[in-house]
Design a protein around this ligand. Structure first.
Ligand SMILES: Cc1cc2nc3c(=O)[nH]c(=O)nc-3n(C[C@H](O)[C@H](O)[C@H](O)COP(=O)(O)OP(=O)(O)OC[C@H]3O[C@@H](n4cnc5c(N)ncnc54)[C@H](O)[C@@H]3O)c2cc1C
Length: 530
């Protein structure tokens, strides 16, 4: 017999198997020997009450009969060597990978064309970037096998629940090697050290079923005939012909946006957010969030999510990484971009998060001065983003040394004479962030810092450092598409997909969008819906 229980228990009871079992037997009023198995369904930490931190746990308990050990029905794939249809997927990030897996499920052959390197060679390029400040424009935190997802933090939660089946995406990650806990925790996290193996396992599965995942092939041209793309051409001159083309190139593929623009194919400027990455000692964030000087080792390093409106403009924390480090995420030399990640144990002594401000087309227009730019330019926000990144690079005196300021100095508008120790390996240099950020961003951030300091007592502190620039929060460009067919309005066999096309903002939503686009293609080719 299976019982579902809702528990509200202490961390000790939740994370000690013996104690957990005794809670289950008490709740069901049965002897523990009758419990043959249990499966956690949901779990979240409730730290609202300082003296009573509780774990909310939903669990399925089996009594007196063999438990069902299968967590879910695993997904299987068809062999597509001789498939009737093939699809070119430009970009092998989460959107491209999950589109490929879904196409395989349907019996359609995916051919992924990816500009970057496989995960291990890519790791060497990341090391070089961190140590020497040299950016490989084809192999970095954004480009390479698995896209920006591979060396990301691996937080697998999203607010886009309407865009697809989140649980299916989590199950697929689990099927490829992610730990069980991602299936039930309210804020699932994999960690940068575990993601690369999972991504490689996905690629190998695609290849084992007759799909193709080509590396170090940058798409440089798309040849149209009438309303269709007929040929996809790479930098080495290779040419592919396909029934459909998925554009899953991520938010940093500026050359793809430029290619569309040069061909007069529709694009739209898309509002995004820009600011800094802020880093605190993790112990400080723990003490604020758990209301105790020292975190109970049973509890995870604390996180936060902050949002405020300042004069109708949003300022918010973004991609918070407890126990993480700040990483250089530029995709070209001469730009300074930062992001954050953490290992699965989240055991670094720092806590970092993006702290960013909404940016719209009119902001970029004013920034450049109305005479020098065209307000209708769909790439205006991309140009704005790049201009700030280049400015930050120059202020940081090159080699990816990041301009930074003590949080309290930034709020007081005074230069920092020293900086807190920071996890960012290429190094930081004290500067006035107002020299990089446009006024509307700097002033909104300043007010945001004050408001966040009131919400989280101790957050506004001289122990925190703000590092420029957090600029790749989402795509500054949208590639429009038909709401149901998901095709580009002018190119009937082109499917804009994932974060770069403006339809996702993170790993899970990009993966779900990949699946949606694959479903739309399968439907068009007449494959059964299921
Ligand atoms: C350091 C870091 C930490 C992050 N942490 C998280 C997190 O914790 N949780 C979360 O949800 N998200 C996180 N993200 C964001 C997440 O990685 C992205 O939202 C997600 O990867 C977007 O998926 P995508 O497939 O749409 O695009 P991408 O992952 O960007 O993939 C696009 C791919 O296209 C390839 N490409 C581009 N141009 C071409 C071309 N011309 N020819 C061939 N290939 C091309 C690129 O090389 C790349 O591999 C993080 C990102 C970074 C950089």
């Amino acid at each position: 017999m299976i019982h579902t229980l809702q528990l509200r228990i202490t961390p000790e009871e939740a994370y000690n198997d013996t104690l957990y079992l005794s809670v289950l037997s008490q709740q069901l009023a049965v002897d523990a020997s009758r419990i043959t198995g249990y499966r956690r369904i949901k779990e979240s930490v409730d730290a609202r009450n300082a003296r009573q931190i509780r774990i909310n746990s939903t669990v399925e308990v089996t009594l007196d009969e063999p438990p069902n050990l299968e967590l879910y029905q695993p997904i299987t794939w068809k062999s597509v060597e001789k498939a009737a249809h093939s699809v070119i997927i430009i970009g092998g990030g989460p959107a491209g990978l999950f589109a490929a897996l879904r196409l395989l499920e349907k019996g359609i052959r995916p051919i992924i064309v990816e500009r970057g390197k496989e995960v291990r060679s890519r790791r060497r390029d990341l090391a070089l970037m961190n140590k020497s400040g040299i950016v490989n424009a084809e192999s970095n935190y954004c480009f390479g096998e698995g896209g920006a997802g591979t060396y990301s933090d691996g937080k697998l939660y999203t607010r886009s629940s309407k865009r697809g089946n989140i649980q299916r995406i989590l199950q697929l990650f689990h099927q490829f090697g992610a730990p069980d806990k991602i299936l039930y925790q309210s804020h699932p996290h994999i960690g940068t050290n575990k993601l690369p193996q999972i991504i490689t396992a996905m690629r190998l599965e695609i290849e084992a079923h007759g799909g193709v995942y080509l590396l170090e092939k940058k798409v440089t041209n798309l040849v149209a005939e009438g309303q269709h793309i007929k040929k996809v051409i790479t930098h080495t001159g290779e040419m592919f012909e396909a029934d459909a083309v998925i554009i899953a190139t991520g938010h940093s593929a500026r050359d793809i946006y430029t290619l569309f623009h040069d061909n007069h194919w529709l694009l739209e400027a898309k509002p995004f957010a820009l600011g800094v990455r802020i880093e605190h000692p993790q112990s400080l964030i723990d003490s604020i969030q758990y209301h105790t000087p020292i975190r109970d080792p049973l509890l995870p390093p604390a996180s936060y999510s902050l949002v405020e409106q300042v004069n109708t403009r949003g300022v918010f924390s973004f991609c918070m990484c407890p126990g993480g480090i700040i990483a250089p995420a530029a995709t070209a030399q001469g730009e300074l971009v930062v992001n954050g990640w953490s290992p699965s144990k989240r055991n670094n002594p720092y806590s970092n998060s993006g702290m960013v401000v909404q940016v719209g087309v009119s902001d970029a227009y004013q920034y450049f001065g109305s005479k020098s730019v065209d307000a209708d330019d769909p790439l205006l926000l991309m140009r704005f983003q790049q201009a700030i990144e280049q400015k930050a690079f120059l202020v940081g005196s090159g080699n990816l040394i990041a301009p930074a300021q003590r949080m309290t100095d930034f709020v007081r508008k005074q230069p920092s004479t020293s900086l807190p120790v920071c996890s960012y390996i290429p190094g930081t240099q004290a500067c006035d962030l107002d020299a990089i950020l446009p006024n509307f961003i700097a002033n909104t951030l300043r007010e945001g810092c004050k408001l966040f300091g009131k919400k989280m007592k101790g957050y506004l502190t001289d122990a925190a450092i703000m590092v420029a620039t957090e600029s790749r929060t989402s795509s500054p460009v949208r590639i429009p598409r038909h709401p149901e067919k998901l095709t580009h309005p002018q190119l009937g066999n082109v499917y804009p997909c994932g974060e770069g096309a403006g339809y996702a903002g993170g790993i899970v939503s990009a993966a779900m969008d990949g699946e949606s686009v694959a479903n739309a293609i399968a439907e068009r080719f007449g494959y059964p819906k299921k």
